[in-house]
Design a protein around this ligand. Structure first.
Ligand code: AHG
Ligand code: MN
Ligand code: MN
Length: 337
């Protein structure tokens, strides 16, 4: 089969053939693909469609201003994943508690947690945004899933991925057998294999961080960033700073080109001592992807995928990307406590 004609549906079926299984996981992934197409269509016309731009005036459980597109995307993913009867529980950045599947649908073996729209502050200014998703097998036996099903360490993920809604819409996912990217061909409405077997460079030349917070970072973080901006680093010249403010967009560029993304802990907001990003539906899925592509993700002190979650919307410092860069950050964090 010519790769150019390798649609994501065919790729999922091929993965299922190698994994074995009844096809339930494939059904979950296929619904995520469907939901991504629906959100992509809405994002593409956000500037034109009636009342889809702007804020709702609400704030979500993690204190972010909720955009209308956040709410739309959230509903699309919840409805698609409820409908298929293969999911027992969900969690979303936009919902305070766990999300149960309505009684009219069967319950399945999978747990799906997602950030339905990442980078929402960029929606109204036409900058890339995304969706991030994480899939586990349930721990409980049957019926409705529970919080326990959601609070599993990242290394137990069954699959993970993200969608970036940008100049094109790209869906990148892994089921533990490497990382592949698919670009939506709007003329046929199919995601087609465009980035086979993604591997991220061991060391990059790019760093992504919001330097406005420099004065509120720990000494180790400051020392590391100063190191990147000097000619004393591995490249003997400063790294480039690229920061879009959408995690998915910054992550995707660094995954393909090499680089390190940092959202470290800071002392700006006592309510967020461990940084802004959330473990279950931002750090864990991207950590799964980056490790499958040969990179690494850390809090600066421990591997993201080893963290045993305590709360649904738990925040963690996220240092993620090219392995040598992230390991070097850990050295600075250790030496400059
Ligand atoms: P979300 O829109 O899902 O709340 O995520 C926004 C996050 C992430 O996308 C990005 O990396 C980060 O917010 C940017 O935060 P700062 O504006 O503090 O740099
Ligand atoms: Mn987000
Ligand atoms: Mn979000």
């Amino acid at each position: 089969m010519d790769d150019r004609l390798m649609t994501i549906e065919r790729h999922i079926i091929e993965q299922q053939r190698t994994h074995g299984g009844k096809g339930d996981f494939s059904a979950v992934l296929s619904q995520i693909v469907f939901a991504a197409k629906v959100v992509s269509a809405q994002v593409a016309q956000a500037g034109l469609a009636e009342n889809i731009l702007g804020g709702t005036g609400d704030t979500n459980v993690t204190g972010d201003d909720v955009q209308k597109l956040d709410v739309f995307a959230n509903r699309v993913f919840i409805n698609a994943l409820s409908y298929i009867g293969k999911v027992c529980v969900m969690a979303s950045e936009e919902e305070d508690g766990i999300i149960l599947v309505p009684d009219k649908y069967p319950k399945g073996d999978y747990v799906v947690m997602f950030d339905p729209l990442d980078g929402s502050s960029n929606i109204d200014v036409d900058v890339s945004i995304g969706t991030i998703f994480s899939i586990f097998k349930r721990l409980t036996k049957e019926g409705d899933g529970t919080l326990e099903d959601c609070l599993q360490p990242g290394y137990k993920q069954f699959g993970a991925g993200y969608v970036i809604y940008s100049s094109s819409t790209v869906l990148v996912y892994s089921t533990g057998e490497g990382v592949n990217g698919f670009t939506l061909d709007p003329s046929v409405g199919e995601f087609v294999l465009s980035h086979p077997d993604i591997k991220t460079p061991k060391r990059g030349k790019i760093y992504s961080a919001n330097e406005a917070y420099y004065n509120y970072w720990k000494p180790g973080t400051k020392a590391y960033i100063d190191h990147l901006k000097s000619d004393g680093n591995a490249h003997k010249k400063p790294y480039s700073l690229r920061y879009i403010g959408s995690l998915v967009a910054d992550f995707h560029r660094n995954l393909l080109k090499g680089g390190i993304f940092l959202y470290p802990e800071d002392t700006i907001d006592p309510k967020k001592p461990t940084g802004k990003l959330r473990l279950l539906y931002e750090a864990n899925p991207l950590a799964f992807i980056v490790e499958q592509a040969g990179g690494y993700a850390s809090t600066g002190y421990e591997r993201i995928l080893d963290i045993a979650p305590a709360k649904l919307h738990q925040r963690v410092p996220l240092i993620i990307g090219s392995k040598d860069d992230v390991l070097e950050y850990e050295e600075f964090a250790r030496k400059n406590k």
